[in-house]
Design a protein. Structure first.
Length: 163
């Protein structure tokens, strides 16, 4: 199964603690899972932005080297593949339609990348899923692009959910 990971799953690679997942979660799923894992190239930018914000805070121990080391690890890890957001014009069209009801355009682009290139979008953002479920025309558009598309939540222990 082709799974696109939302940026939250990648935060531990830049030494950012995420309360909802263990620091070793990504390593564990990459070494023990039979799925193909992907991330959006936009996630690299999101990680750099989040890391830079934390580095600039006085009470944080994160340093720029943590960010660059994590970004390099993601870019060179053979078990992960970065997917572009700009090669499929339908991706941008879908992202703009999602943007009508979801304020974070990065989320819209990353979700659209998943729809266009993967079978499953792994995310912690159940709110985004619920917003889409309340818009039948958008559900139809997603299904037209990828009839088998599903969401997979949190620690990926339950089954992926279709729209």
């Amino acid at each position: 199964m082709k799974v696109l990971l939302d940026t939250t799953y990648l935060l531990p690679t830049i030494s950012v603690t995420v309360d909802i997942i263990s620091p070793s979660f990504l390593h564990r799923i990459l070494t023990t899972n039979v799925h193909e894992f992907y991330f959006s190239e936009l996630s690299l930018f999101e990680l750099a932005a989040k890391g830079a914000k934390l580095v600039s805070q006085k009470d944080n121990t994160l340093v720029v080297a943590d960010i660059t080391r994590g970004l390099d690890a993601l870019r060179w890890d053979k078990r992960l593949r970065a997917l572009p957001w700009y090669t499929n014009p339908l991706l941008l069209e879908l992202a703009v339609k999602i943007r009508v009801f979801h304020s974070d355009f990065f989320d819209c682009l990353i979700l659209s990348t998943a729809v266009c290139f993967a079978e499953v979008f792994a995310t912690f953002d159940q709110d985004l899923f619920e917003k889409i479920r309340t818009h039948p025309p958008l559900i139809q558009e997603v299904r037209a692009l990828n009839d088998s598309f599903r969401f997979w939540f949190h620690d990926l222990s339950s089954e992926p959910i279709a729209l």
